[in-house]
Design a protein around this ligand. Sequence first.
Ligand code: MG
Length: 264
Amino acid sequence: MKIVCYRTEDGSLRHGVVDDGGKVRDAGADLFALDAGSRLGALEELELVAPVPRPGKVVCVGRNYAEHARETGSVVPDRPQLFAKWANAVVGPRDDVVLPSITSALDYEAELVVVIGRTAKGVAEERALDHVLGYACGDDVSARDLQFGDTQWVRGKSLDTFAPTGPWIVTADEIPDPQDLRIRGLVNGEVRQDDTTANMLFSVARLIAFTTEAITLEPGDLLFTGTPPGVGHAMDPPRYLAPGDLVRVEIDGIGAIEHRVVAP
Ligand code: MG
């Protein structure tokens, strides 16, 4: 099942379920208590927002693909490297990413995003996927100069609009193995990242188990699972994003999001 979130004409947010023909039926306001709803119309006609517009937490993992760690000159970590984005960063699958004036090193990171469905605390790796509602595409947009100029990553990762997600949540029953998904990141149609989630250092299940040893994950929390190699920062010379650039993140079995970079 594909679950979108959209804004109605009166400004309220509702969820919808998308059928194979791209038609949507309204399923109510509560992601965790979807109702049978009524026919809405075509997906293209809806104002989509992020499938979880204001998550309680956005947990992220750095350097979760060995080749990405190497391309950035970092050691390959021996345990998940967690950091956070704040909810203000989350935007929808067609929204713009605003290039802030305080950075000149804007970069993309195509990522598989996990949406938590059931409260998870101290979860064993073997049971971790039972706590997943589903999966989405995401871009862990990063201001590299802020990320590496500060001693913490949070400012460079959490600027407004720095976490496009969507286009929907594909429920976990349709993704039997989250470690077998092709993931691609494109800029202006040029493929920059093309890898498989099989190359994650730490699987989705391991990430949930590791995270919940320390932090309770709650329904609607997001987990960004790290990016494969091919980011602009690692190129020689670096190729950062500029206003007008179009970034696309595609994951087989899930779909794609696209967002344009705009000046503030
Ligand atoms: Mg990342």
